[in-house]
Design a protein around this ligand. Structure first.
Ligand code: ZN
Length: 130
């Protein structure tokens, strides 16, 4: 078990500790509302869709489709910002990895991969589905 509990991002938002713990193990969790049965992103303590606080964590399949994207060519190296509509419902902002710009199209199937970033957090990044 990592000591994620002591990291600043968990101490600031302890209600999301479960997300970070699962992420560190490679699992992508979403909050789902028991009242309206919809999932949302990012995780909150109150459902942004109906106001209920009766929420639980569910594992996302990580599957989705590209809702919109932008190739950031001014950066070196360039990268791809992407909005993904998850099969679970929510739209999530992330990066699309290992894709050439001419491969990318709206509606293309993508898959999340949990990857660590420099500050120690593990977050979902996306790749075009096989
Ligand atoms: Zn709800």
């Amino acid at each position: 078990m990592t000591d994620y509990q002591h990291s600043p991002f968990v101490q600031a938002y302890p209600e999301n500790g479960e997300f970070w713990a699962a992420a560190a193990e490679g699992t992508f969790l979403l909050k789902r509302c028991k009242a309206c049965e919809k999932a949302h992103w990012y995780p909150r303590v109150v459902c942004p869709l109906c106001g209920s606080d009766d929420l639980h964590w569910v594992e996302s399949s990580g599957r989705g489709t590209i809702y919109s994207y932008s190739v950031v060519e001014r950066a070196d190296p360039s990268y791809v910002l992407v909005y993904v509509r998850l099969d679970d419902g929510p739209i999530i902002l992330s990066n699309l990895l290992k894709a050439e710009p001419d491969q990318i199209r709206i509606g293309a199937a993508v898959q999340a991969h949990m990857m660590p970033i420099e500050d120690g957090r593990t977050l979902p990044f996306f790749q075009l589905a096989e």
